[in-house]
Design a protein around this ligand. Structure first.
Ligand code: NDP
Length: 282
């Protein structure tokens, strides 16, 4: 079994992005810029945002951090996003989710222009993905495709099963696999015969959010298993959606948790930001 090393792959991509960021800076005299908006006190979001800001610094991307209090009204949040949308130093805008419950997340995300939507969540970018047109794609599923590509894992013609249909992982993941000519099945909480469907997968992507949900008897011999899940097990240890011990005995390739898909998400965010900056030159 080959362990798909997301940490090492992400480091390679971050080095590539750093070179592109330096080339951009040399060409236009300013850095590529990413604005990160965090509203409220969610502890996990604070860690994610801190990591993203640090990653920007390391890659030579300028970060604009905006931390707003939990009780920020919709109009203030909207005014900030509109100001960032108009700011030529800002090439990408990221609004960290989840937002406090009183805010209309869809309305705020809709205020991010598609060309600065480095998370790929805008209606325009989702529409482009659905039509298999060039656009910006959500970082986590894009990172999965990059892992498959860099490990030379063929996708065209393969049976791919995605467990999970969220807007940020499952749905765009399925679209990307379809666009890469896989035959795709999407499973969710109402799916019947999940085990049988998973066992047909040449490529199985788990994005469920339940620790060790996919057990060894749910995977096919020789399959490629991508574990997007980031959960805590009963001992508080970080684990994926796949039972690693059970599945790794049977499969050909597998991503570990941690060190698999997770590091790729930030690498893809940096890549999307530098690409957004580069597009302003053309
Ligand atoms: P969501 O909770 O938004 O979606 C979970 C999906 O799993 C839903 O579509 C749900 O179905 C489905 N599901 C739940 N129970 C079952 C079941 N019994 N059988 C089949 N399907 C089921 O989660 P996310 O997509 O946001 O995240 C999924 C996981 O990925 C989480 O662990 C999250 O932490 C992780 N994650 C990791 C990232 C990374 O960078 N590595 C980035 C983003 C997420 P239904 O739609 O019917 O409710």
């Amino acid at each position: 079994m080959t362990v798909i090393d997301g940490k090492a792959t992400a480091a390679t991509i971050r080095a590539e992005v750093k070179e592109r960021a330096a080339a951009f800076e040399e060409k236009c005299g300013k850095k590529a810029g990413l604005a990160v908006v965090l509203i409220g006190n969610d502890p996990a979001s604070q860690i994610y945002v801190r990591n993203k800001i640090r990653a920007c610094e390391e890659a030579g991307v300028r970060s604009f951090a905006h931390f707003l209090p939990e009780e920020t009204p919709q109009r203030d949040a909207l005014a900030l996003i509109e100001a960032l949308a108009a700011d030529p130093s800002v090439h990408g805008i990221l609004v960290q989710l989840p937002l406090p419950r009183h805010l209309d997340a869809m309305a705020l995300l809709a205020a991010i222009p598609a060309e600065k939507d480095v998370d790929g969540f805008s209606a325009e970018n989702i529409g482009k993905l659905a039509k298999n047109e060039r656009g910006t794609v959500a970082c986590t599923p894009l990172g999965v495709m990059e892992l498959l590509r860099r490990y030379h894992i063929p996708v065209a013609g393969k049976r791919a099963v995605v467990v999970g249909r969220s807007n940020i992982v499952g749905r765009p993941m399925a679209m990307l696999l379809l666009n890469a000519d896989a035959t795709v099945t999407i499973c969710h909480s109402k799916t019947q015969n999940l085990k049988e469907i998973c066992r047909e997968a040449d490529i199985l992507v788990a994005a469920v959010g339940k620790p060790k949900f996919i057990t060894g008897d749910m995977v096919k011999e020789g399959a490629v298993v991508i574990d997007v899940g980031m959960n805590r097990d009963e001992n508080g240890k970080l684990c994926g959606d796949v039972d690693y011990e059970g599945a790794s005995a049977k499969v050909a390739y597998m991503t570990p948790v941690p060190g698999g898909v997770g590091p790729m998400t930030i690498a893809m965010l940096l890549q999307n930001t530098v690409e957004a900056a580069e597009r302003t030159l053309s």
